[in-house]
Design a protein around this ligand. Structure first.
Ligand code: ADP
Length: 170
């Protein structure tokens, strides 16, 4: 049984992430989407909310489970009996950071392989920060994120206008 882990902050999940998920499950038996709890970046959504939104967006994909995680990624991978880490590769700008991460994980756990999925060209410019920026300016994000994310972002920026927003959003 091939089990893979797709780690990330997913703040929030975008159609680019979902495209990687959908393509990965064609080559593995089980995919665990691992949502980082203690990210270096400050997040708009709480880890619980980020997890909930991915669960909703992937509810029809049988092979996918979603879990928040903290601590070392390689420990999480081993604990879940997986031996593959999936990462998305958009532009050459992703390469330096991603290869550094993969090499460090290889050093920590030589039995785990990192596999890079190259993004589908229509999502190559897409990332969570851009989505948040467009949503905050009231732009149309319906083609960029799943419905649940669009709905939550609309609520946040409406509350922000009304001065009722509390971060990270629970
Ligand atoms: P992190 O903060 O850990 O990089 P992200 O949520 O930003 O987490 O991304 C998780 C993974 O998904 C990373 O490997 C990233 O390169 C990849 N990814 C993000 N956006 C896209 C996209 N539009 N297409 C393909 N891969 C993507």
């Amino acid at each position: 049984m091939k089990i893979a882990v797709y780690p990330g902050s997913f703040d929030p999940v975008t159609n680019g992430h979902l495209n990687i998920i959908e393509r990965t499950i064609k080559i593995v038996d089980k995919l665990i989407v691992a949502v980082t709890v203690d990210s270096k970046k400050s997040s708009l959504f709480s880890a619980q909310k980020r997890t909930e939104m991915i669960k909703e967006a992937t509810k029809n994909l049988e092979k996918v489970t979603v879990q928040p995680f903290s601590g070392l990624l390689t420990d999480f991978v081993k604990k879940n009996k997986a031996d593959i880490i999936i990462r998305g590769m958009r532009a050459i700008s992703d390469f330096e950071y991603e290869s550094q991460l993969a090499l460090m994980n290889k050093r920590l756990a030589p039995e785990i392989e990192t596999i890079f999925m190259v993004t589908c060209s229509k999502y190559s410019y897409l990332n969570s920060s851009i989505v948040k920026e467009i949503a905050s300016l009231n732009g149309n994000i319906s083609q960029l994120v799943p419905k649940i994310v669009e709905k939550n972002l609309k609520t946040i920026f409406l509350n922000k206008k009304l001065n009722k927003a509390v971060y990270p959003v629970k």
